[in-house]
Design a protein. Structure first.
Length: 358
């Protein structure tokens, strides 16, 4: 791993990182590393299509059912793989306490925008011409298609991981022997500072509202906030390195690491491991990724011209149009008045009718 430059340059399983053009990046093969070999093997083992035996089938229904199950299997791995990596990036946020939900979510939204999208794939294909073939040919063709489908699923994920590494969202590890390695990882530090703020009053008039609810007064506070994002790359040179399965790691981990491990789906946990050892050299590289300002408006108080029940100079109770947002009802006194008014109108209508028909 070359860490002397501004980027980490290395080769992983025959795939080069940070030294290829964008066009070359997506034409490289899936890295020949244990992760992808294990994933492919597990998917093949779980495949219903690859388990089919043509001589045991009398109808095509089990074939179609196996196709649907394997399609869901590949789509699940594609989605869970991305969710797992995105969770790791999310947990790399520093400078914001996870307990501060608003600030944490705000930082994550900024960081999430920097994550490149993974290619959407259709892992399996069953055109009607293939489906019309006799059972033995259909099974043979679908099994060949399943092997290609695994490749179609893993290849975009390998490309995506390369983008993530080169965008400095995830790190890399290189082994020089069975117990010596060098690995990198990233922490993304977000800070927000209020540069200035001021209060102001806002008055709005809505003529579509009833009398007494037309005017709204608000006291607002405008705040100009400066946000900075700093990416910190850590590079550790480790000797006496030992690798553990996640569940077997014997030592406590930081809270943000525990948060990530708790989010790992069961299908991917067997493919994760934790390395520990003695650090002989540590490098830290800090880079300002983004800096900008924004203006937020906070409503400090609102008061509205609204109806009220007056008792001499006192207003015993009041309300505004907001209180009617979920609907309104009539009081018993209002209903009684409406009944009396309705009865009077009905008597008048009848009397008027008699006058014109007599």
């Amino acid at each position: 791993m070359d860490t002397t430059s501004d980027r980490v340059l290395m080769e992983v399983g025959g795939r080069r990182f940070a030294t290829v053009t964008p066009e070359e990046r997506f034409t490289q093969p899936i890295p020949n590393v244990e992760l992808f070999r294990e994933l492919a093997a597990v998917i093949r083992q779980d495949s219903k299509i690859l388990a089919l035996v043509a001589d045991d089938l009398e109808t095509k229904s089990p074939i179609y059912a196996a196709y649907a199950q394997d399609l869901a299997l590949l789509q699940r791995y594609h989605a869970e793989f991305q969710d797992c990596v995105r969770s790791a990036v999310r947990c790399s946020i520093s400078g914001v306490a996870p307990g501060n939900a608003h600030a944490w979510e705000e930082a994550w939204q900024l960081l999430a925008q920097q994550i490149p999208p993974a290619e959407t794939v259709q892992p399996l294909r069953l055109p009607y011409i293939v489906a019309a073939k006799p059972i033995p040919e259909l099974v043979s063709d679908l099994q060949a298609e399943m092997h290609q489908g695994i490749e179609r699923t893993l290849k975009p994920l390998a490309d995506w991981l390369q983008l993530m590494a080169e965008t400095e969202l995830i790190g890399l590890v290189e082994w020089a022997g069975v117990d010596a390695c060098c690995y990198s990882y990233f922490r993304h530090e977000f800070t927000s500072t209020v540069v200035k703020g001021k209060k102001r009053e806002e008055v709005t008039v809505d003529d579509s509202q009833p009398l007494g609810s037309k005017t709204t007064y608000r006291i607002l506070r405008d705040r100009t906030i400066m946000t900075r994002q700093i990416a910190e790359r850590h590079v550790h040179h480790v000797v006496d390195a030992r690798v553990h399965k996640v569940a077997d790691f014997p030592h406590p981990v930081p809270s943000h690491v525990a948060m990530f491990l708790d989010s790992v789906p069961a299908s991917l946990e067997p493919h994760l491991s934790i390395v520990e050892g003695t650090i002989t050299m540590e490098e830290r590289h800090r880079r300002l990724i983004a800096e900008g300002t924004r203006t937020e408006t906070e409503v400090l108080s609102v008061y509205k011209a609204s109806p009220g029940v007056l008792f001499g100079p006192f207003n015993l109770i009041g309300w505004s149009s907001d209180d009617l947002a979920s609907g309104g009802v009539f009081s018993a006194k209002q209903k009684a008045t409406k009944r009396r008014t309705g009865n009077t109108r009905e008597r008048l209508r009848r009397a008027t009718g008699h006058l014109f028909t007599a």
